[in-house]
Design a protein around this ligand. Structure first.
Ligand code: AMP
Length: 215
């Protein structure tokens, strides 16, 4: 299954994508995570991307399309993949279709996750992650067992992402509305969108998502 998870920051794409990928043996391809790794390694891509990410802006289409073109060719993506955070513009969506078409493949599903904006702001402000394994926590709804350290890495404190600061959250939501929300209509208009509410307990969203995907 080749799948796109579409939706605003904080709606749960990462959490749900991670679970789907691990339950089905698909590769989880998170473009935000790939960029954060490049930043941590200090590569040329990382240095360039960091400025835009810290400002809550998008990294240029041609950079992202190149990254996804390479990543989707890796052996672990052969059985299928879940794209989290890509495409984010109509240009990226068009490029994805033609890159898959060029390989005799296609997207099997696009899932649109949605939640009200005040809920997204709350979730993003309370979001934390383990720097070692990237496991996601939420200080309000899904805190680590001891409130501070990753459940799987008891020595490692969970941290807030640099771009989850309040002002950057607002900017990212604005950028989502302007650049990415049109993709909802784009895929809906082509009859390819399966819409799933992103509100409620993680388990419940996952069940609804699995039903929508018939998997
Ligand atoms: P995310 O982890 O998906 O919230 O992404 C974090 C940041 O990485 C975004 O705010 C963008 O700056 C950048 N980014 C991730 N994916 C893309 C993409 N497909 N196109 C452009 N920028 C992206």
């Amino acid at each position: 299954m080749r799948l796109v998870l579409l939706g605003p920051p904080g709606v749960g794409k990462g959490t749900q994508g991670r679970r789907l990928a691990s339950d089905h043996g698909w590769a989880l391809i998170s473009t935000g995570e790939m960029l954060r790794e490049a930043v941590a390694r200090g590569t040329a891509l990382g240095v360039e991307a960091q400025k835009r990410m810290d400002a809550g802006l998008l990294v240029p289409d041609e950079v992202m399309i190149g990254l996804v073109r390479d990543r989707t060719c890796q052996p672990d993506a052969e059985m299928g993949f879940v794209l989290d955070g890509f495409p984010r513009t109509v240009g990226q969506a068009d490029a994805l279709d033609s890159m898959l078409q060029g390989r005799g493949q296609r997207l099997d599903a696009v899932v649109g996750l949605a939640a009200p904006e005040d809920e997204l702001v709350r979730r993003l402000g309370a979001r934390r992650e383990c720097p070692a394994c990237k496991r996601a926590y939420n200080l309000e709804s899904a805190p680590p067992k001891d409130g501070r350290h990753c459940d799987d890495h008891p020595q490692v404190e969970v941290v807030q992402r640099a771009d989850d600061a309040e002002a950057t959250i607002r900017r990212r939501l604005e950028v989502y509305r302007r650049e990415t929300a049109p993709l909802v209509d784009y895929y809906r208009g082509q009859g390819r969108l399966r819409e799933v509410p992103g509100l409620g307990p993680v388990e419940e969203v996952y069940r609804t998502l699995s039903v929508a995907l018939e998997c």
